[in-house]
Design a protein around this ligand. Structure first.
Ligand code: RP5
Length: 186
């Protein structure tokens, strides 16, 4: 029987070697600290992904080429984070029919500018807009996993276990916060 450490190591190398099926793109390297959360979630679920810096404004040709070529390279979901006048997710969505998940980032105005730029897509070209910032990046990773799990029973059961773990952790925190006087039975 494969020993635990060896098994964990081999799972890790499988993850690293996994062919990217999700692209995590962002407008600037200044977005990386927040968008790394999406990549972290994908890694946790063993989903192969790539991370790229592509700007709708500063590198428009590269942005178009990326969006047009993504499906052909095997990418199935695109996560796009940007701040300010955040057109990245929308411009990518205009060039592909892959699902595009937008993450508005706070690069000023508390991210309200990016939120409106990402969410207000005209009918016909959808972008699934997440919350502003780190929670949005985390949920973008999870939504990408959920989309892929529609055709992957193993991924679907990992998602179910994730939800169960989260509920148990929240319940444990609730018990710790309330001490023994907590009247709610979890
Ligand atoms: C956007 O402008 C980027 O997504 C970033 O959030 C914001 C600021 O970019 P930098 O000036 O920090 O490169 O395009």
């Amino acid at each position: 029987m494969m020993r635990l450490k060896t098994r964990v190591r081999s799972q890790e190398s499988e993850r690293r070697a996994a062919k990217p099926v999700v692209a995590v793109v962002m407008g600037s390297d200044s977005d990386l600290a927040v968008m790394a959360e999406a990549a972290r979630v994908l890694g946790e679920f063993g989903v192969g992904h790539e991370v790229l810096i592509v700007s709708a404004h500063r590198t428009p040709d590269r942005c178009r080429a990326f969006a047009r070529g993504a499906a052909g390279r095997g990418i199935r979901v695109i996560v796009a984070g940007a701040g300010k006048a955040a057109h990245l997710a929308g411009v990518i969505a205009a060039h592909t029919t892959l699902p595009v998940i937008g993450v508005p980032l706070d690069a000023g105005m508390n991210g309200l500018d990016a939120l409106l730029s990402t969410v207000q897509m005209p009918g016909g070209v959808p972008v699934a807009c997440m919350a502003v910032g780190k929670a949005g990046a985390k949920n973008a990773g999870l939504l990408a996993v959920e989309i892929l799990a529609l055709g992957d029973a193993g991924l679907a059961s990992r998602l179910a276990r994730y939800r169960g773990r989260m509920a148990r952790e929240v319940a444990a925190k609730g018990r710790a916060a309330a001490g023994s006087s907590n009247p709610v039975k979890n």
